[in-house]
Design a protein around this ligand. Structure first.
Ligand code: ATP
Length: 205
């Protein structure tokens, strides 16, 4: 599908503040397309990925309401690591298709495409015009995720270890959004970037 909108890929590690930053862009009127939300929709009861997931992994990975049973799926992937790739092979094309549909429908000068693993997934980098990274120290990420989800520190550290490093993300960034401080410090940064993106989209779009 033809992507008509100038696209900023917004990324950052777990708990860095991607959603908080995306909400501020949305408040300025930017279209925000969230690949995590799309993945969630695809795996909810009646979600478009569920027939393929059931066919690939059996009905045991579906909950009684038809949604993906995340704990059961985690157990499958834990027991059989290549299963993750098979799950991704089902989900990624559907996420891409839906995000491109939403991008094409976005009637704004630019769109924010939130992709948590943008740096890790090489092909997304080619599909965005610019990369904005929400940055904070790993200790800050861990503290935020612990207070949000109650996940234990070793579990969060394992997730962090599986993601790109802070340095890798910063090296790929066109724009860095500093979210190590107060939430209030985000707003002026997003306001400035919004102005830049409008100007860039008009110049290059
Ligand atoms: P994930 O990838 O895990 O979904 P995310 O990058 O989208 O996370 P958010 O959900 O925006 O991050 O933020 C993670 C948590 O930290 C949330 O509970 C949020 O309210 C909180 N948070 C975000 N930024 C700040 C900040 N500057 N100060 C304090 N708390 C913050």
């Amino acid at each position: 599908m033809y992507v008509v909108t100038w696209v900023v890929g917004l990324t950052g590690g777990i708990g860095s503040g991607k959603s908080a930053a995306a909400d501020l862009f949305a408040a300025h009127g930017a279209a925000v397309i969230d690949t995590d939300a799309i993945a969630h929709d695809l795996t909810k009861p009646g979600g478009g990925a569920m027939p393929l997931i059931r066919a690939g992994f059996g009905d045991g990975v579906a909950a009684a309401d038809g949604a993906l049973d995340r704990a059961a799926m985690r157990a499958v992937v834990f027991a059989d690591p290549p299963a993750r790739k098979r799950l991704e092979a089902i989900l990624h094309p559907l996420i891409r298709e839906e995000s491109e549909r939403q991008l094409a429908a976005a009637a704004t000068p630019y769109a924010i495409l939130v992709v948590p693993l943008l740096i890790e997934a090489g092909d997304y980098r080619k599909r965005v015009n610019r990369i904005a990274v929400v940055d904070c120290a790993e200790a800050t990420q861990i503290a935020r995720v612990m207070s949000r989800s109650g996940l234990a520190r070793p579990e969060i550290e394992r997730i962090l270890a599986a993601q790109a490093t802070r340095a890798q993300r910063l090296a790929a960034a066109d724009d860095v959004i500093d979210n190590d401080g107060e939430l209030a410090a985000l707003a002026p940064q997003i306001e400035r970037l919004h102005g830049n993106y409008l100007a860039l989209a008009q110049r290059l779009g």
